[in-house]
Design a protein around this ligand. Structure first.
Ligand code: AMP
Length: 114
């Protein structure tokens, strides 16, 4: 998508601190980190929100979680624990409309979130 920030990162038109890549996913550090480790994991394919995921994209969505698993290990978080969350829609705090998992770790995380 032409006007999508994360599509521009996938295309290499906007720089990002990329730490992990697979055939279908890209992961980079959040520009405004909310924890010592805050990584965004996105599908290379543009999907606006969770509501737009099709049944045919189930494997693609699964690949976001296997990437999260590998990144948690890479970042040394697998043993201590970490949080993986995806916001859907403005009321839930989604500000970039290209789906992304937030992977947060490196500090105690409270529940419920605000
Ligand atoms: P959300 O609010 O769930 O849509 O998350 C969007 C996230 O993208 C926020 O945590 C932002 O800090 C992050 N973000 C926005 N622009 C960039 C960028 N250019 N590089 C890395 N992270 C970004």
């Amino acid at each position: 998508m032409i006007d999508c920030l994360f599509c521009k990162i996938v295309a290499g038109d906007i720089p990002a601190d990329i730490i992990h890549e697979t055939e279908t996913t890209l992961a980079f550090r959040d520009i405004n980190p909310q924890a010592p480790t805050h990584v965004l994991i996105i599908p290379k394919e543009h999907i606006e929100t969770i509501n737009d995921i099709t049944d045919e994209q189930q494997a693609l969505i699964g690949s976001l979680y296997t990437a999260a698993r590998d990144i948690a290990k890479q970042e040394g978080l697998a043993e201590d624990g970490y949080r993986v969350v995806m916001n859907c829609g403005e009321k839930a705090g989604q500000s970039v409309f290209h789906i992304h998992l937030h992977l947060l770790g490196g500090r105690p995380l409270r529940w419920p979130p605000g």
